[in-house]
Design a protein around this ligand. Structure first.
Ligand SMILES: [Zn+2]
Ligand SMILES: [Zn+2]
Length: 384
């Protein structure tokens, strides 16, 4: 087994005297070259990839590298008995130490590595959410609104460091500022490497001896913020407005998060909205439906006259072009649809009943008691 293995330095293509950085750089290059994602179903590349990882696992660890330099592969071969902790590479083709491997992997491929270096770098502030309820008309015409909300800011007294003015946070001696500590455990499957947040500094990598009084050492304060903003004409119920930079302050110089405001639009007592169009029902007297006439139609900003032609049936829909709602981010407007209903009187005076009965006789509506079917027919009168 040991004889068939290639030399680890040869696998990574580096000299025996290579520095840690050279080994790391060589590994990145090789791992990229043979990564299974780039060579699906290529057994040869897969084997190379495992070999590269195995070599790096040993050469990146000062202790293992020293053993390897002294004993060669026998240092890690259980049959050779040269390694007290059992084979770190049995079982899984040389993969072990996923913690350290994952870190490097992440920065090669931009994957979701939870590198402890993240504890150091700038981090974007959290996005925050608010909601606001506006009227139908405010949605149609746009409006100016204000929200009041709580957001996290960097403490202005200590500049976000958490250390009292005139002092500085110190690098955590336990983790050396990494914010995490790596533990190697020998198990029957090989050596397992796990990275956990440093308990001495809580994962920040820094120790604050003299905390800032304003923020109690957190570097952050919660403030109540008021923010005015414009809601554009045409916004609809359930849509969201994003206010850039309205969220929490970033960490360690990172950018601010955003504020997302979800907009609720109250229903209108008369208008029904359908995108940019408005629908409404209007009841007209039966006489207007029969004889025609002019009615007032309410729109968003004023009443408009609408001509009802003679003999307009119930459920007839009229369209008023451009009397709807302005489309979002556009000058175009939707239309207004007017659905006609006809009011039939429920109670008649004696005189009204007499007149309507005469009308029935004139049209020959023999359904009505005491009216004989005559000509011209009812059909002829209603349809002109
Ligand atoms: Zn402070
Ligand atoms: Zn620490």
């Amino acid at each position: 087994m040991a004889e068939t293995k290639r030399d680890y330095y040869e696998v990574l293509g580096v000299q025996k005297t290579a520095s840690d950085d050279e080994i790391k750089a060589a590994f990145r290059q090789m791992a990229k070259k043979y990564h299974p994602d780039l060579h699906p179903d290529d057994k040869d590349a897969e084997a190379k990839f495992k070999e590269v990882n195995e070599a790096y696992e040993v050469l990146s660890d000062a202790d293992k590298r020293a053993k390897y330099d002294q004993f060669g592969h026998a240092a890690f071969d259980p049959s050779a008995g040269g390694y007290s902790g059992g084979s770190p590479f049995s079982g899984f083709g040389g993969f072990s130490g996923f913690g350290g491997f994952g870190d490097i992997f992440g920065d090669i491929f931009g994957g979701g590595s939870r590198s402890s270096a993240n504890n150091y770098g700038p981090m974007r502030g959290e996005n925050l959410r608010q909601s606001i309820t506006i009227t139908f008309e405010e949605a149609a015409f746009g409006c100016e609104k204000e929200v009041q909300y709580r957001r996290e800011e960097n403490c202005s007294v200590c500049g976000g460091s958490g250390a009292a003015p005139g002092t500085k946070p110190q690098t955590c001696p336990t983790c050396g500022g990494r914010g995490s500590v790596t533990r190697v455990q020998n198990t029957i499957l090989g050596s397992m490497q796990t990275t956990v947040p440093c308990s001495a500094c809580g994962g920040t990598g820094k120790i604050i001896k003299d905390p800032c009084k304003n923020c109690s050492g957190s570097g952050r304060v919660r403030t109540v913020q008021k923010r005015k903003f414009r809601i554009p004409a045409g916004i609809d119920d359930g849509q969201t407005i994003r206010l850039s930079g309205g969220g929490d302050d970033g960490l360690r110089g990172g950018p601010k998060g955003d504020l997302h405001i979800s907009v609720r639009v109250k229903p209108h007592k008369r208008f029904i909205r359908d995108g940019a169009d408005i629908h409404q029902n209007i009841a007209i007297p039966v006489t207007t439906a029969i004889l025609g006439g002019t009615i007032n139609v309410p729109t968003l900003d004023k009443d408009v006259k609408l001509t009802i032609p003679e003999g307009t049936p119930a459920q007839k829909t009229f369209r008023m072009k451009g009397a709807g709602i302005q489309k979002l981010n556009s000058q175009d407007k939707g239309d207004m649809y007017i659905n006609i209903t006809v009011d039939i009187p429920k109670k008649l005076t004696d005189k009204q009943r007499e007149i309507i009965k005469q009308f029935a006789e004139e049209t020959g509506d023999s359904n009505v008691a005491g009216v004989e079917k005559t000509k011209p027919s009812r059909k002829g009168l209603f349809r002109k």
